[in-house]
Design a protein. Structure first.
Length: 300
């Protein structure tokens, strides 16, 4: 089965532009976005690691979030920038496999981590007296490790399955990086049903996590509205706002990328959506957390 799909040694990625000036513009913009993401997430990681006042569960999860954001943007953007600069479209077969694996790992692990962070906010606001015991350092490390591990296992399963399917529709990927839906478009018609089965399981996990986050926030808002002082309410809301904003950004762009109807699909729209969901969160997450957070600003 593999012989069919690996008979070509490389894939062709979608270029951002055909003209050289536009390719240089794409490279410059991408470099700006990439450096901004590196700087913003790097600052957050450094501040949390170096300032002992930030050694709390919330910041521990935020540090993991920044690591995942750095990973996800580093998987897709540098190769695209390299191709623009070298005026090429190619990515090796193995390079494409690794891109699919790591992109899926970072995206899935980030979603699981955001679910864990919702639980952290729930415990902090709805069960503050038990916070110290429920969210001790061992529990936090276990939860973060579970997010990374389940992201990795899930990504491994999808990647192995996607590349074991015979690809018989050429090697042109309609995206600026290798991702599972675009690789599946190259598969022979009947072979991709296994991957569809896996995607259904993943969607069930996705909605399970989503429902958990929504239920957590319903409980949080009920608890916050029960706080008698306005100052207390404001403090509780400001604790939750960054996480809620990050979840909304992540879920809305992800849903639009993967669940939009095929009738409105076009290479240009797919490209724009991919830019939104793969480049926006890594750049915006540190901004959302940094702007609203006094302790983080002081540490920086």
């Amino acid at each position: 089965q593999m012989s069919n799909s690996s008979s070509f040694g490389e894939f062709l990625l979608l270029p951002f532009a055909d003209r050289q000036e536009l390719q240089l513009l794409h490279f410059t913009l991408s470099l700006g976005i990439y450096l901004a993401a590196l700087l913003a997430n790097g600052l957050i990681i450094t501040a949390i690691a170096c300032d002992h006042r930030l050694h709390t569960p919330m910041y521990f999860f935020l540090l993991n979030l920044s690591l995942l954001d750095l990973g996800s943007i580093s998987t897709t953007l540098p190769k695209s920038m390299h191709n623009s600069l070298r005026k090429t479209r190619t990515i090796s077969y193995l390079g494409c496999v690794f891109q699919v694996l790591f992109h899926a790992l970072f995206i899935l692990a980030e979603y699981y981590l955001l679910t864990v962070m919702a639980y952290d906010r729930y415990v902090a606001i709805c069960r503050p007296l038990h916070y110290g015991t429920l969210m001790d350092s061992r529990a936090c490390i276990k939860m973060a490790a579970a997010a990374w591990a389940s992201g990795f296992l899930n990504a491994l399963l999808h990647t192995g399955n996607t590349f074991s399917i015979p690809l018989c529709r050429g090697n042109e990927v309609e995206q600026f990086f290798c991702e599972i839906p675009q690789i599946l478009k190259l598969s022979c018609s009947d072979s991709y049903l296994r991957e569809v089965g896996l995607i259904v399981i993943s969607l069930c996990l996705f909605f399970g996590c989503f429902i958990f986050i929504v239920v957590s926030y319903v409980q949080i808002f009920r608890a916050v509205l029960g706080i008698p002082s306005e100052q207390g309410q404001h403090k509780a809301f400001s604790m939750c706002f960054p996480h809620l904003a990050v979840v909304s950004l992540f879920v809305s762009t992800g849903i639009f990328a993967y669940l939009k109807p095929p009738s409105i699909s076009s290479p240009v729209l797919d490209l724009v959506v991919a830019v939104l969901y793969s480049l926006m969160p890594p750049v915006m997450n540190p901004v959302i957390y940094g702007m609203r957070n006094r302790e983080l600003k002081d540490a920086l």
